[in-house]
Design a protein around this ligand. Structure first.
Ligand code: DQQ
Length: 584
């Protein structure tokens, strides 16, 4: 009997954890497939290709690089393989935009050309120097060995500052400006935007020492001569390599963004890393102690694999920038495909950048809030509404009249109270590691397990007879001490496709929201193979990549549903068909 229980536990309960942990939404480093790297598809397959998310016409993309605003244009650079739909041959592709929604493609800003970046121009950031002069710091790979490559830091400057498109970039001959120490030659990359402190420039980059994640700190009087500071900006044991760190101030009052050079005042700092071992982005909020030149996470902040995340789904290598034209801070994140490499090769494309999000500090000071940039709303076309529609247990209502495969849906759910919320089983806290707890509960229960208050939410990318659907939903739990309710948000790719060879993770995150008004909101941006969802006005965000076989194009449906015993009212739902922007 006992053995049965153990076998059951391992198979049923641990299965999602094992599955999720070793097969993240994003590939572990960038897998190398020499046979596919330079295989350009003759014809691009559009059936799952997003329409209003940033992407090139074809081929592979990964990290967003050096986003910035310059002379009326937003610039986005990104890691791009010009020859194939898997990682390799990486250059800095470049597009510009007036609104971050409609894009003009330009020639690549940087390609491997010098001894100091011969084997790759990897990720980096822009700093706007005094006099409105942008400068890029990036990682150059000088040798493919030791794997994944011998890394140095370089800089590049515009050839012509009066060109608002910044089409030509010069890599000065005095590169590299930073060389690794012997210990970290192949784990030494992704320099951040620099900031000024105590009269000097500083920047940090990602590294590791064994399993300790380290963000080395460099200092410079002139942006050319850089010295390693004798202590890192921050480090943490048992987390592994830190890629693409990001370090920036946020205001403690209001939602206005701040330039990276702001180091004092009514502010806190955000320290974000991309965890190479788990392949997701985590952040902490804390204080930048300028005197000792260290970042110190606030008390109570979890600083491990179980830290807060911008996005609990398919989201990696993000980078933020300050937009001086609208006084906001914006983050860009990359969503890789969840499908196989052979699928990518067949489709001729892989990877998108998610919709840029404005980011600011929650009034609690304990987390960030995110919201799609308002410019996205210019794509809203045909509009439909639902008002005060009651969903009893088991009910679904179809949202008709829009292009359900390419939509923006914003809904507020209301309920009578929290009495019927089901009990939170504290055994789960022991069964699942904290970093996979939410997604494991989402996977265990799905939408079909009836609850008390919830599951309720949206069924996106649904086929006519529900053979395929990607549900985005909430479940509210009662905690044993009855002091607080636990709100779980899920975005579940598991039932999304009949093609069970696809990776179909159930993603989840808890939502730290006050339910005293008996309401919760959900906004989902649906774009063919991506569903990007914002719970409780941007407190918890989850992105899923999915590849339905039946729910494709005009065969896609959208529903609201409830499978809890407590009735839930759709107080207000607005849904729009989304138009196609000018996309590269
Ligand atoms: N991708 C880049 C690296 C970075 C990684 C290479 C993160 O610079 O560490 O394409 O996805």
């Amino acid at each position: 009997m006992e053995i049965c229980r153990i076998v059951f536990k391992v198979l049923v309960c641990w299965f999602p954890v094992i599955f999720i942990h070793f097969d993240g939404g994003v590939m572990g480093f960038h897998n190398i497939y020499p046979e596919y790297q330079s295989l350009t598809a003759v014809k691009v397959n559009h059936s799952h290709k997003p329409v209003y998310h940033f992407q090139p016409k074809q081929n592979w993309i990964n990290d967003p690089n050096a986003p910035m605003y310059y002379k009326g244009f937003y610039h986005l650079f990104y890691q791009y393989n010009p020859k194939g739909a898997v990682w390799g041959n990486i250059v800095w592709a470049h597009s510009v935009s007036k609104d971050m929604i409609n894009w003009i493609p330009l020639k690549p800003a940087m390609v491997p050309s010098e001894w100091f970046d011969k084997y790759g121009c990897w990720s980096g950031s822009a700093t706007i120097l005094p006099g409105d002069k942008p400068l890029i710091l990036y990682t150059g790979v000088v040798n493919p060995k030791p794997e994944p490559g011998y890394q140095v830091q370089n800089y590049a400057i515009p050839a012509n500052y009066s060109d608002p498109y910044l089409q030509d970039w010069v890599k000065p001959k005095n590169n590299p400006i930073i060389k690794p120490t012997k210990e970290n030659v192949s784990a030494f990359r992704d320099p951040t935007t620099a900031w000024k402190v105590n009269g000097q420039w500083e920047m940090t980059l990602g590294s590791k020492v064994d399993m300790v994640g380290v963000s080395y700190l460099y200092r410079s009087p002139d942006f050319i001569k850089w010295t390693l500071v004798d202590h890192p900006l921050h480090q943490k044991e048992n987390v592994g390599m830190w890629e693409c760190p990001d370090f920036y101030p946020v205001s403690v009052k209001g939602d206005k963004g701040l330039d990276t050079t702001v180091t004092e005042g009514d502010i806190k700092h955000v320290f974000k890393v991309s965890l190479d071992s788990t392949r997701y982005d985590t952040y902490t909020i804390g204080k930048y102690d300028t005197k000792n030149d260290r970042y110190i996470p606030d008390e109570g902040m979890i600083d491990s694999w179980a830290s807060l995340r911008y996005d609990w789904g398919n989201f990696y290598a993000s980078k933020s920038f300050f937009d001086p034209s609208k006084h906001r801070r914006i983050i860009w994140g990359w969503a890789n495909e969840s499908s196989t490499k052979t699928e990518s090769v067949r489709k001729g494309w892989a990877g998108i950048q998610l919709i840029p999000r404005t980011v600011w500090l929650d009034p609690s000071g304990k987390q960030l809030l995110q919201w799609p940039v308002t410019e996205l709303e210019t794509l809203r076309g045909k509009h439909v509404k639902l008002i005060n529609e009651v969903l009893e247990q088991g009910d679904k209502i179809e949202v008709r009249g829009i292009t359900a495969a390419q939509a923006d849906v914003d809904v507020v759910f209301r309920f009578r109270g929290l009495d019927k919320a089901e009990e939170y089983d504290t055994k789960w806290d022991k069964l699942f590691p904290p970093e996979t707890l939410a997604k494991s509960i989402c996977h265990m229960m799905g939408t079909t397990k009836q609850g008390g208050l919830g599951p309720f939410g949206l069924l996106t990318l649904t086929s006519k007879d529900f053979e395929e659907y990607t549900p985005v939903f909430f479940r509210v739990f009662n905690t044993q001490d009855n002091t607080k309710h636990k709100v779980l948000m899920c975005s579940d790719a598991f039932p999304s496709t009949l093609n069970h060879e696809e990776y179909r993770p159930s993603f989840g995150g808890f939502v730290d929201v006050d339910l005293s008004e008996n309401k919760i909101s959900l906004r989902s941006l649906i774009d063919h193979s991506v569903v990007e969802s914002f719970g409780a006005e941007g407190k918890t965000v989850i992105t899923s990549r999915v590849y339905p076989t039946l729910a494709v194009g005009d065969k896609v449906h959208l529903h609201v549903f409830n499978n809890g015993t407590e009735a839930v009212t759709v107080e207000k739902l607005d849904a729009w068909s989304m138009k196609e922007p000018r996309m590269n």
